[in-house]
Design a protein around this ligand. Structure first.
Ligand SMILES: Nc1ncnc2c1ncn2[C@@H]1O[C@H](CO)[C@@H](O)[C@H]1OP(=O)(O)O
Ligand SMILES: [Mg+2]
Ligand SMILES: [Mg+2]
Length: 286
Protein backbone atom coordinates (compact mmCIF):
# COMPACT_ATOMS: atom_id res chain seq x y z
CA UNK A 1 0.00 0.00 0.00
CA UNK A 2 1.69 3.19 -1.19
CA UNK A 3 -0.85 5.47 0.36
CA UNK A 4 -1.94 5.07 3.95
CA UNK A 5 -5.18 7.05 3.80
CA UNK A 6 -7.33 4.03 4.73
CA UNK A 7 -5.20 3.51 7.84
CA UNK A 8 -5.44 7.23 8.69
CA UNK A 9 -9.23 7.20 8.38
CA UNK A 10 -9.46 4.04 10.46
CA UNK A 11 -7.19 5.60 13.10
CA UNK A 12 -9.41 8.68 13.26
CA UNK A 13 -12.56 6.59 13.69
CA UNK A 14 -11.12 4.48 16.51
CA UNK A 15 -9.62 7.55 18.25
CA UNK A 16 -13.12 9.06 18.33
CA UNK A 17 -14.59 5.83 19.71
CA UNK A 18 -11.87 5.52 22.34
CA UNK A 19 -12.36 9.14 23.41
CA UNK A 20 -15.83 8.16 24.69
CA UNK A 21 -14.11 5.83 27.17
CA UNK A 22 -11.76 8.65 28.24
CA UNK A 23 -14.59 11.16 28.60
CA UNK A 24 -16.88 8.85 30.56
CA UNK A 25 -14.05 8.20 33.06
CA UNK A 26 -12.91 11.85 33.17
CA UNK A 27 -15.23 13.01 35.98
CA UNK A 28 -14.94 9.76 37.99
CA UNK A 29 -12.55 8.94 40.79
CA UNK A 30 -9.48 7.13 39.43
CA UNK A 31 -7.24 4.49 40.97
CA UNK A 32 -3.71 5.72 40.27
CA UNK A 33 -0.48 3.73 40.07
CA UNK A 34 3.04 5.13 39.81
CA UNK A 35 5.41 4.32 36.96
CA UNK A 36 8.92 5.82 36.61
CA UNK A 37 8.46 8.57 39.23
CA UNK A 38 5.86 9.95 41.68
CA UNK A 39 4.68 12.22 38.85
CA UNK A 40 4.52 9.51 36.16
CA UNK A 41 1.02 8.05 36.58
CA UNK A 42 -1.13 5.36 35.01
CA UNK A 43 -4.82 4.55 35.48
CA UNK A 44 -7.00 1.63 34.47
CA UNK A 45 -8.37 3.88 31.66
CA UNK A 46 -4.90 4.35 30.08
CA UNK A 47 -4.50 0.57 29.94
CA UNK A 48 -8.07 -0.04 28.77
CA UNK A 49 -7.93 2.55 25.98
CA UNK A 50 -4.62 1.15 24.70
CA UNK A 51 -6.10 -2.37 24.61
CA UNK A 52 -9.21 -1.13 22.74
CA UNK A 53 -7.09 0.70 20.13
CA UNK A 54 -4.60 -2.13 19.59
CA UNK A 55 -7.23 -4.86 19.33
CA UNK A 56 -9.30 -2.84 16.83
CA UNK A 57 -6.24 -2.14 14.66
CA UNK A 58 -4.93 -5.71 14.91
CA UNK A 59 -8.33 -7.01 13.83
CA UNK A 60 -8.28 -4.81 10.73
CA UNK A 61 -4.54 -4.95 9.94
CA UNK A 62 -3.22 -8.25 11.36
CA UNK A 63 0.31 -7.78 9.95
CA UNK A 64 0.92 -4.39 11.55
CA UNK A 65 3.12 -3.84 14.60
CA UNK A 66 2.64 -1.66 17.68
CA UNK A 67 4.55 0.50 20.12
CA UNK A 68 2.16 1.40 22.94
CA UNK A 69 3.04 3.33 26.08
CA UNK A 70 1.28 0.97 28.45
CA UNK A 71 2.39 -2.20 26.63
CA UNK A 72 6.01 -1.04 26.98
CA UNK A 73 5.38 -0.19 30.64
CA UNK A 74 4.11 -3.76 31.07
CA UNK A 75 7.42 -5.10 29.71
CA UNK A 76 6.92 -5.32 25.94
CA UNK A 77 10.04 -4.58 23.87
CA UNK A 78 10.16 -1.18 22.23
CA UNK A 79 11.45 -1.80 18.72
CA UNK A 80 10.82 0.29 15.62
CA UNK A 81 11.22 -1.76 12.43
CA UNK A 82 10.52 -1.06 8.75
CA UNK A 83 7.09 -2.73 9.08
CA UNK A 84 3.92 -0.66 9.31
CA UNK A 85 3.84 0.35 12.98
CA UNK A 86 1.26 2.16 15.10
CA UNK A 87 2.76 4.24 17.93
CA UNK A 88 0.12 4.84 20.58
CA UNK A 89 -0.25 7.00 23.66
CA UNK A 90 -3.75 6.09 24.93
CA UNK A 91 -3.92 9.10 27.25
CA UNK A 92 -1.36 11.84 26.83
CA UNK A 93 -1.75 13.99 29.91
CA UNK A 94 -2.52 11.33 32.51
CA UNK A 95 -1.79 13.75 35.38
CA UNK A 96 -4.35 16.13 33.82
CA UNK A 97 -6.80 13.24 33.43
CA UNK A 98 -6.43 12.26 37.09
CA UNK A 99 -6.98 15.87 38.23
CA UNK A 100 -9.66 16.70 35.64
CA UNK A 101 -7.46 19.45 34.14
CA UNK A 102 -9.11 19.59 30.73
CA UNK A 103 -6.26 18.77 28.31
CA UNK A 104 -6.00 15.06 27.57
CA UNK A 105 -5.32 13.51 24.21
CA UNK A 106 -5.21 10.23 22.38
CA UNK A 107 -2.07 10.24 20.24
CA UNK A 108 -1.65 7.81 17.34
CA UNK A 109 1.25 7.88 14.88
CA UNK A 110 1.91 5.47 12.03
CA UNK A 111 5.33 4.65 10.61
CA UNK A 112 6.50 2.72 7.55
CA UNK A 113 10.22 2.20 6.83
CA UNK A 114 10.73 3.97 10.19
CA UNK A 115 9.30 7.19 8.73
CA UNK A 116 6.19 8.78 10.21
CA UNK A 117 3.42 8.61 7.58
CA UNK A 118 0.59 10.19 9.53
CA UNK A 119 -0.32 11.42 12.97
CA UNK A 120 -3.59 11.83 14.86
CA UNK A 121 -3.98 13.80 18.10
CA UNK A 122 -7.49 13.87 19.50
CA UNK A 123 -7.82 16.37 22.36
CA UNK A 124 -10.84 14.68 23.90
CA UNK A 125 -12.30 17.29 26.29
CA UNK A 126 -11.84 20.11 23.77
CA UNK A 127 -13.22 17.88 20.99
CA UNK A 128 -10.33 18.91 18.74
CA UNK A 129 -9.09 16.44 16.17
CA UNK A 130 -5.64 17.27 14.81
CA UNK A 131 -4.25 15.11 12.02
CA UNK A 132 -1.73 15.17 9.19
CA UNK A 133 -0.54 12.80 6.50
CA UNK A 134 2.92 13.05 4.91
CA UNK A 135 2.69 15.50 2.02
CA UNK A 136 -1.00 16.19 2.60
CA UNK A 137 -1.02 19.15 5.00
CA UNK A 138 -2.23 19.37 8.59
CA UNK A 139 -5.81 19.83 9.77
CA UNK A 140 -7.84 20.67 12.88
CA UNK A 141 -11.44 19.45 12.70
CA UNK A 142 -11.09 19.50 8.89
CA UNK A 143 -9.67 23.03 8.61
CA UNK A 144 -6.08 23.49 7.36
CA UNK A 145 -3.43 24.40 9.93
CA UNK A 146 -0.45 26.71 9.50
CA UNK A 147 2.34 27.63 11.91
CA UNK A 148 2.81 31.32 12.77
CA UNK A 149 6.01 31.60 10.72
CA UNK A 150 7.49 33.74 13.52
CA UNK A 151 11.27 34.26 13.09
CA UNK A 152 11.99 36.49 16.08
CA UNK A 153 12.52 34.59 19.34
CA UNK A 154 11.75 37.70 21.41
CA UNK A 155 8.17 37.64 20.03
CA UNK A 156 7.55 33.96 20.73
CA UNK A 157 5.24 32.08 23.04
CA UNK A 158 7.19 28.93 23.88
CA UNK A 159 5.54 25.79 25.24
CA UNK A 160 7.37 23.17 27.27
CA UNK A 161 6.73 20.60 30.01
CA UNK A 162 8.21 20.28 33.47
CA UNK A 163 8.26 16.48 33.03
CA UNK A 164 8.03 13.63 35.48
CA UNK A 165 11.68 13.58 36.60
CA UNK A 166 12.30 14.85 40.11
CA UNK A 167 16.06 14.28 40.45
CA UNK A 168 18.29 17.31 41.02
CA UNK A 169 20.02 17.30 37.62
CA UNK A 170 16.76 17.05 35.64
CA UNK A 171 15.01 19.66 37.80
CA UNK A 172 17.83 22.20 37.73
CA UNK A 173 18.33 21.76 33.96
CA UNK A 174 14.59 22.07 33.31
CA UNK A 175 14.15 25.19 35.43
CA UNK A 176 17.32 26.90 34.20
CA UNK A 177 16.24 26.30 30.58
CA UNK A 178 12.99 28.12 31.34
CA UNK A 179 14.90 30.97 33.03
CA UNK A 180 17.27 31.34 30.07
CA UNK A 181 14.37 31.56 27.62
CA UNK A 182 12.48 34.07 29.81
CA UNK A 183 15.60 36.25 29.92
CA UNK A 184 16.07 36.35 26.12
CA UNK A 185 13.25 37.47 26.51
CA UNK A 186 10.35 35.53 25.01
CA UNK A 187 6.75 36.74 25.30
CA UNK A 188 5.79 33.80 27.51
CA UNK A 189 6.34 30.19 28.50
CA UNK A 190 3.36 27.82 28.73
CA UNK A 191 2.69 24.17 29.69
CA UNK A 192 -0.60 22.35 29.09
CA UNK A 193 0.44 19.00 30.60
CA UNK A 194 0.24 17.05 27.34
CA UNK A 195 3.17 17.00 24.97
CA UNK A 196 0.94 16.05 22.05
CA UNK A 197 -1.46 18.98 22.51
CA UNK A 198 1.44 21.35 23.32
CA UNK A 199 3.02 20.56 19.96
CA UNK A 200 -0.30 20.93 18.16
CA UNK A 201 -0.46 24.52 19.49
CA UNK A 202 2.64 25.21 17.37
CA UNK A 203 0.83 23.73 14.35
CA UNK A 204 -2.10 26.14 14.92
CA UNK A 205 0.15 29.21 15.25
CA UNK A 206 -1.18 29.75 18.80
CA UNK A 207 2.34 29.04 20.07
CA UNK A 208 5.57 29.63 18.18
CA UNK A 209 7.71 26.85 19.58
CA UNK A 210 7.81 23.82 21.84
CA UNK A 211 10.72 21.95 23.35
CA UNK A 212 10.88 19.03 25.75
CA UNK A 213 13.48 16.64 27.13
CA UNK A 214 12.49 13.31 28.68
CA UNK A 215 9.26 12.53 26.85
CA UNK A 216 8.87 9.32 24.84
CA UNK A 217 8.25 8.53 21.17
CA UNK A 218 4.49 7.99 21.75
CA UNK A 219 4.17 11.50 23.23
CA UNK A 220 5.45 13.31 20.14
CA UNK A 221 5.48 11.09 17.02
CA UNK A 222 1.95 12.05 15.90
CA UNK A 223 2.29 15.75 16.63
CA UNK A 224 5.75 15.91 14.97
CA UNK A 225 4.24 15.26 11.54
CA UNK A 226 1.33 17.58 12.34
CA UNK A 227 3.80 20.43 13.00
CA UNK A 228 5.86 19.62 9.89
CA UNK A 229 2.79 19.45 7.67
CA UNK A 230 1.61 22.79 9.08
CA UNK A 231 4.89 24.28 7.78
CA UNK A 232 6.92 24.01 10.99
CA UNK A 233 10.34 22.62 11.81
CA UNK A 234 11.07 19.67 14.11
CA UNK A 235 14.60 18.95 15.36
CA UNK A 236 16.62 17.52 18.25
CA UNK A 237 17.36 19.89 21.14
CA UNK A 238 21.06 19.81 20.16
CA UNK A 239 20.16 21.16 16.70
CA UNK A 240 20.62 17.84 14.90
CA UNK A 241 18.01 15.95 12.88
CA UNK A 242 14.83 14.95 14.72
CA UNK A 243 15.03 11.42 16.12
CA UNK A 244 11.81 10.36 17.82
CA UNK A 245 13.69 7.81 19.98
CA UNK A 246 16.12 10.39 21.40
CA UNK A 247 13.73 11.73 24.11
CA UNK A 248 14.49 15.30 22.92
CA UNK A 249 12.54 17.60 20.62
CA UNK A 250 12.16 21.17 19.45
CA UNK A 251 9.15 21.99 17.26
CA UNK A 252 9.02 25.54 15.93
CA UNK A 253 7.36 27.92 13.55
CA UNK A 254 10.65 28.53 11.71
CA UNK A 255 14.19 27.14 11.52
CA UNK A 256 15.48 30.45 12.94
CA UNK A 257 13.43 30.08 16.13
CA UNK A 258 14.27 26.35 16.43
CA UNK A 259 18.02 27.09 16.09
CA UNK A 260 17.83 29.89 18.68
CA UNK A 261 16.16 27.57 21.21
CA UNK A 262 18.75 24.86 20.50
CA UNK A 263 21.50 27.41 21.32
CA UNK A 264 19.90 28.36 24.63
CA UNK A 265 18.71 25.13 26.23
CA UNK A 266 20.65 22.22 27.68
CA UNK A 267 19.60 18.56 27.91
CA UNK A 268 19.88 16.35 30.96
CA UNK A 269 20.88 12.74 30.38
CA UNK A 270 18.12 10.19 29.79
CA UNK A 271 18.39 6.88 27.99
CA UNK A 272 17.00 6.47 24.48
CA UNK A 273 13.58 4.91 24.01
CA UNK A 274 15.05 2.11 21.89
CA UNK A 275 17.90 1.35 24.29
CA UNK A 276 17.45 -2.27 25.34
CA UNK A 277 18.09 -1.89 29.05
CA UNK A 278 16.15 1.37 29.33
CA UNK A 279 13.34 0.80 31.80
CA UNK A 280 12.48 4.47 32.30
CA UNK A 281 8.78 4.02 31.54
CA UNK A 282 8.35 0.68 33.29
CA UNK A 283 5.73 0.17 35.98
CA UNK A 284 7.16 0.09 39.48
CA UNK A 285 10.59 1.41 38.52
CA UNK A 286 11.54 4.46 40.56
N1 LIG B 1 9.38 10.70 32.00
C1 LIG B 1 8.78 11.75 31.43
N2 LIG B 1 9.34 12.96 31.50
C2 LIG B 1 8.72 14.00 30.94
N3 LIG B 1 7.53 13.94 30.34
C3 LIG B 1 6.93 12.78 30.25
C4 LIG B 1 7.54 11.63 30.78
N4 LIG B 1 6.75 10.61 30.56
C5 LIG B 1 5.72 11.11 29.90
N5 LIG B 1 5.79 12.40 29.71
C6 LIG B 1 4.79 13.25 29.04
O1 LIG B 1 5.04 14.63 29.30
C7 LIG B 1 3.80 15.34 29.45
C8 LIG B 1 3.63 15.81 30.87
O2 LIG B 1 4.74 16.47 31.30
C9 LIG B 1 2.76 14.34 29.02
O3 LIG B 1 2.67 14.42 27.62
C10 LIG B 1 3.37 13.04 29.48
O4 LIG B 1 2.78 11.91 28.85
P1 LIG B 1 1.74 10.92 29.62
O5 LIG B 1 0.68 11.72 30.22
O6 LIG B 1 1.29 10.04 28.50
O7 LIG B 1 2.55 10.16 30.62
MG1 LIG C 1 2.22 10.78 26.86
MG1 LIG D 1 0.11 8.41 28.21
Amino acid sequence: MANWTDCLNFGISIAKQASEVVLSAFQQHKEVKLKSSPADLVTETDQRVEKILISAIRNRYPQHRFIGEESVAAGERLELTDSPTWIIDPIDGTVNFVHRFPFVAISIAFTFNKQIQFGIVYSCVEDKLFYAQRGGGAFLNGEPLYVSGQQDISRCVVVTEIGAERDDVALSTTTSNICRLLKLPVHGVRALGTAAVDMCQVATGGADAYYHIGMHCWDIAASAIIVQEAGGVVMDTDGSEFDMMSRRVIAASSATVADRIAQVIQAFPCCRDDEDNCRCGATGVN
